[in-house]
Design a binder for this molecule. Sequence first.
Ligand code: PAF
Length: 284
Amino acid sequence: MLVFSTVDKIRLFLRMERESGRRIAFVPTMGALHEGHLSLIRRAISENDICVCSIFVNPIQFNEIEDFNKYPRPLEKDLNALKKEGCHAVFVPEVKEIYPENSKALIKIELGNISEVLEGKHRPGHFDGVVRVVKRLFDIVEPHCAYFGQKDYQQYLVICTMTEYFDLKIQIIMHPIIRAKDGLALSSRNVRLSSEERIIAPLLYHTLQKAAHDLSFQSAEEVKKNALIVLEKEKNLQCEYFEVVNAVNLQTIHGKIPKNRQVLLCAAIRLGTVRLIDNILITM
Ligand code: PAF
């Protein structure tokens, strides 16, 4: 496995691979890799000739300095895990490689509703930071396709929109959420949960599951109300949002949902200092 830390060196390597006709897959990450990331890597390897993974904790997509400072960075462990999976190349840049001081690459694109609701509303500026880093990484790696996890479904939609906006010839592929046995969606932040919080955490998924089930006979409003009663009143959790939205444009759904509609149930809660998000995608 090749490890690159500079833009010039990884570009040179990938140019040769591209010229040899190899199909390049890209899995951007912020490290602290878990089974969710590794399943993306496995799929990327199985569907392409070359798999490139990036590990870069992007400072400009964090809203809270504490979250950025506490973000786990087990680089050695990550590199060993990627090597074991058969990943071909890893890009581990310093901040100055991604954001050179003289960079004119300050992009800000109009993403509309999909970046303003849900995560966008609760984490102002977050998607501007994600778009900027992913565009920069895409320009460096120039992959044929890139893989993203469904846990960050809104991020996946934002990246699809950005790719269309710049007319990039990159196929954006979403991969299902990988869960622990008790249902908790895997996340790099889970390691920061205390043992008590870790026991409570799967309730987020269980509440989403019940809501998804109840949508077949209840309105979106009733389902949301019942979910909030469980999370906030019964379990005393701090729920940032619990929403039932159109999976294509993330607009809130009202009333009883018609057949064949693609629906996203999504929520964010805070457990101590950790913020957890999860979602379920269903077709009615
Ligand atoms: O999903 C993530 O880990 C990050 O948001 C990404 C896509 C690697 C950009 O920093």
